[in-house]
Design a protein around this ligand. Structure first.
Ligand SMILES: [Cu+2]
Length: 671
């Protein structure tokens, strides 16, 4: 058995992992209070420098204060600042001012309103160790807005009420309220947290969440968090949504909240490393919509993990990262000279067949304290790019693309590590085709435009109407789309991007699970820029693929319903991810086991697409899920004398794939 398997599968870990939910026993409460001093201690640290739980602790405590903030604004004395020569100056005082506590973004000389964790952007990093339980008290100090925090990529095995999705797993946290998030991450890796109300994460409400493995080869002091995003100067949420239109460029890109705009030379992020030390970078895509190309010209990146999953180390020159994804890479500093390297970010487009010049920058400062020699790379004309949206860039002759599924798992993976072990595996198998696109111009999945519940779906399931029967093969409709997953079953999903509504590639994120990536299929792109989409999938029996909305896609080859017959499928060592690009004109086949009861959100991580309806809920046998006592409920108010409810058609007790959790019948005199 490998080292990782020994660590993950130790008896202690199994005991912890099978505990289904937060258990608010007297013993738990005593532990909670006896550790209150730790919370106060760490809470203070968390406000300024991030939270790093002690390695020996079983239960970590911290807090996050949700606060509004402004860019380019210091404290009461400094007030508004401006950027020049990578320094900040106050209008009110002479000389440069410290930059540490000022959110500069790209240095644009106006203040932009932000929502933040603890007043910073990014929010403070949270760092814990694998299998530690963590409690994070999230207090909403905003005047006007309700929030939640989602722990992106943490699969919340047995903790479905802690996933932090407004109106899916909880009611939003209202101004003044506090919510206790307690959960136990079981996998090491790079994760992040962000608001899951509307598009608040584009307003600055995000931060890194790192789960360390005790066997990680590179100590934390040599690890660097790199959060990259595009940036837009618009203030309000709706303007931000409307700005997120394909080919409407953002104003700049940021690395850890710092970037450049036009000729403003704002402070940029600098990472300091020494040739004598190892170094690991945790690259996190925290953007709103754009596809970003990351590189450190002159150095190669050895990718070791994606989305918290260890892969056979793969050396590349550049990484394409979509919003939601994470890539960890090491730098082999034997090849680095002492001095300053640029870190560069370009913005890509699904339709853009060339790689545009970089518009975002940071610095890597390499020191050589031991006067070590510098090795030279073997000369190669090829630029190896990980995670292209096509198989090749036809106009970039030296670019060699590695689709993300060319990453393979580092070692044999035990499927039992990815499930709640008290939920038995069954022999049932299910196959679902999910088409992500804009049929009739609407962001949707299989033509179902997601309508957000107005209650917490997990805890108030009888009040959610998931009836989608108005949607048909070619007709789109609005509904609270829920996909039933039978407890213990193996679920294969074909995520596709075809039909009349295909327009761009979509980064699809699944909550509550990581999935095996069994196959990716890309469109063929000619030198003339003509895209030929895959014909493996038939959108309709009546219409050609490009004439159909593709709401009911099927395999063209009926033998593929047994997936072992699908050419190129990887059942041996597939990469696992929780966020993956579904290529324009192509598809991705993924597999999970439905052994984590809950209501799990699944959606495009382009914020505009998500808020407009490219989302659904995985309805995973949550009727047997234990939920912490006292979770708040929420709902619209109707005059009860005028409303009659009918709850006999609960989806949770039905075999129907689509149907009502409950149906509300309104009488005519409703106000
Ligand atoms: Cu999308």
């Amino acid at each position: 058995m490998s080292e990782s398997q020994r660590v993950i599968s130790s008896g202690k870990d199994k005991e912890l992992k099978t505990r289904p939910v937060v258990n608010y026993t007297p013993k738990y409460l005593i532990t909670l209070f006896s550790n209150a001093f730790l919370f106060i201690f760490y809470g203070i640290i968390g406000i300024t420098a991030g939270f790093h739980c002690d390695e020996t602790a079983k239960h970590c405590f911290t807090s996050i204060d949700i606060q509004s903030a402004f860019t380019m604004n210091g404290n009461e004395t400094i007030s508004q600042v401006y950027a020049k020569d990578r320094k900040l100056y106050a209008f009110s005082t002479n000389g440069p001012v410290p930059i540490d506590n000022i959110i500069t973004a790209d240095g644009w000389n106006h203040t932009r309103y932000l929502l933040t964790a603890n007043g910073s952007m990014p929010g403070p990093p949270i760092v814990i160790y694998q299998n530690q339980t963590i409690t994070i008290l999230v207090k909403n100090h905003l005047l006007n807005e309700a929030v939640t925090l989602h722990w992106h990529g943490i699969d919340q095995l047995g903790w479905p009420a802690m996933d932090g999705v407004a109106f899916v797993t909880q009611c939003p946290i209202l101004p003044g309220q506090t919510f206790n998030y307690t959960f136990q991450p079981t996998f090491g890796g790079s994760y992040w947290y962000h608001s899951h109300v509307g598009n608040q994460r584009d307003m600055g409400l995000y931060g890194a969440f790192i789960v360390l493995r005790k066997r990680d080869p590179i100590p934390f002091e040599f690890q660097h968090i790199v959060q990259i995003q595009e940036w837009n100067h618009l203030y309000d949420a709706m303007a931000l949504v409307n700005a997120n239109v394909e080919d409407k460029s953002p104003h700049s890109t940021l690395i850890n909240g710092r970037g450049d705009f036009e000729d403003i030379t704002a402070p940029l992020e600098t990472f300091n490393v020494d040739k004598a030390d190892p170094c690991l970078f945790r690259l996190i895509g925290v953007g709103s919509k754009d596809v970003l190309l990351f590189s450190i010209p002159g150095l190669k990146l050895k990718v070791t993990e994606t989305d918290g999953f260890e892969v056979v180390p793969t050396v590349v020159d550049k990484i394409i990262i979509y919003p939601a994804e994470r890539y960890d890479f090491e730098l082999d500093l034997d090849y680095a000279k002492a001095g300053m390297y640029n870190i560069t970010i370009s913005i890509l487009s699904t339709h853009n067949l060339t790689i545009k010049p970089a518009i975002g920058f940071g610095f890597l400062n390499v020191s050589n304290s031991n006067s070590l020699p510098v090795k030279n790379y073997n000369i190669s004309n090829n630029t190896r790019v990980l995670n292209c949206p096509f198989k090749t860039y036809p106009h970039e002759t030296n670019v060699f693309c590695l689709p993300v599924n060319t990453l393979i798992s580092r070692e044999k993976v035990d499927d039992e590590d990815f499930v709640v072990q008290s939920v038995n595996k069954s022999n049932e198998k299910a196959l679902h085709f999910l088409n992500f696109g804009f049929p009739d111009g609407h962001s949707s999945i299989n033509g179902r435009i997601f309508r957000w519940p107005t209650v917490s779906a997990l805890t108030q399931s009888s009040e959610v109407d998931t009836d989608c029967t108005e949607c048909t093969e070619e007709i789109t409709c609005h509904c609270s789309h829920a996909l039933k997953l039978k407890s213990g079953s193996e679920v294969v999903m074909v995520l596709l991007n075809l039909g009349k509504g295909t327009f761009i590639s979509h980064p699809i994120h699944m909550h509550g699970h990581t999935y095996e990536v069994l196959k990716m299929e890309f469109p063929v792109v000619t030198n003339d820029g003509i895209f030929t989409f895959t014909e493996d999938i038939q959108c309709s029996e009546t219409y050609r693929n490009n004439e159909s909305n593709c709401n009911s896609p099927q395999w063209r080859n009926s033998s593929w319903y047994n997936y072992i017959n699908i050419p190129g499928i990887n059942l041996k060592n597939p990469v696992r991810k929780d966020s993956i690009v579904v290529p324009y004109g192509g598809y991705v086949i993924i597999r999970i086991e439905a052994r984590n009861p809950g209501v799990w959100f699944m959606h495009c991580h382009i914020d505009q697409h998500m808020v407009e309806g490219m989302a659904l809920m995985l309805n995973e046998s949550f009727e047997n899920t234990k939920i912490p006592n006292g979770l708040p409920t929420c709902h619209s108010f109707f005059n009860e004398k005028s409303v009659k409810t009918e709850t006999s058609g609960k989806l949770s007790h039905s075999d129907r794939q689509y149907g009502p959790l409950s149906i509300l019948y309104y009488t005519e005199n409703i106000l």
